[in-house]
Write a protein that binds this ligand. Sequence first.
Ligand code: SAM
Length: 340
Amino acid sequence: MNGVHEKGNDSPPDRLVDRSDRHLDYLRVSITDHCNLNCTYCLPFSSQFKQSHRDILRYEEILHLIQIFSDLGISKIRITGGEPLVRKEIFPFLTRLHEIRGIDDLAMTTNGLLLQDHLVKIKSAGIRRLNISLDSLNPENYHRITGHDVFQKVWEGILAAEKLGFHPIKINVVALRGINDHELTDMAKLSFSHPFHIRFIEYMPIGDSAMQPENPLFTKEIQERIASLGELYPIQREKMDGPARRFRFKNAIGEIGFISPISHHFCQTCNRLRLTASGFLRTCLLSDHQTDLKTPLRSGFSDQQIAHVILNAIRLKPTSHDLNSKQAAQIASPMSAIGG
Ligand code: SAM
């Protein structure tokens, strides 16, 4: 999409490069804010935060926006939610998404509950890389965290995905003091028996969740907790790597990753944008600022006009988040609506 704008001092760039010269090529797309689990640290305290059907972008609309994003330079898409696999007719949508020119990497984040039923369709639709959230290996604790007694089903889904050749399978573990911190070593040990990438994520204070830890667990302490398993050797970063700092234990077949948005933020290399299920563009996970794309889309704006709205929005992408500052406002939108 060259030549969208006349270049001038006040003109936005015609590619997704922000004022800090960050090249934005990764779009995370939440296709629903509905979820089939109720993780205490993720969902709003009051009730499930659900948008009405009309507020949610139709698949046709999401594909249209993704084509515009792709023309502007997005090449990597992650489908997320809520729980993406609960949205009806997701597979024809994924197949069409896979065919969009310019998108060369398509991934999904899921809680894994519906994985087993749909793995073959997920693979046929062009998804090779899965991130699966698993905050406990203990069925009772899993039940306590998620509100559902379904650990076994999720675990069987993960093993079935491994058998079917999905690689890498990244296991996301949000480290929560007093909730799953006694299991961190067991989670890390999985990297000896499976080729999984076990990624420990620092809890982010987002939304009005039922759980607001007073004393969060940061990466340094997580590393100390799992040190009994041996020394961690750093792994060279690769092009498609996200924010995880990657390591491996000697003789392990999988990896260990640390995602440290609070203690070691990676804002200076952030290449991400987020499209919410209701059609808002968020340029930073840890800021409530968002730009409406649904209204322009539904009002008949041309692709060039929508591209202009997007390019203007990325000018406002924060240079870094301020969650560490004393004045930091907590993010009001629930994670289930933004997609993580
Ligand atoms: N339902 C899918 C799942 O469970 O993976 C996708 C959506 S979920 C919002 C995406 C990721 O965000 C999950 O790995 C979840 O653990 C993580 N997450 C949710 N709330 C979080 C928080 N407050 N801090 C850090 N990670 C969080």
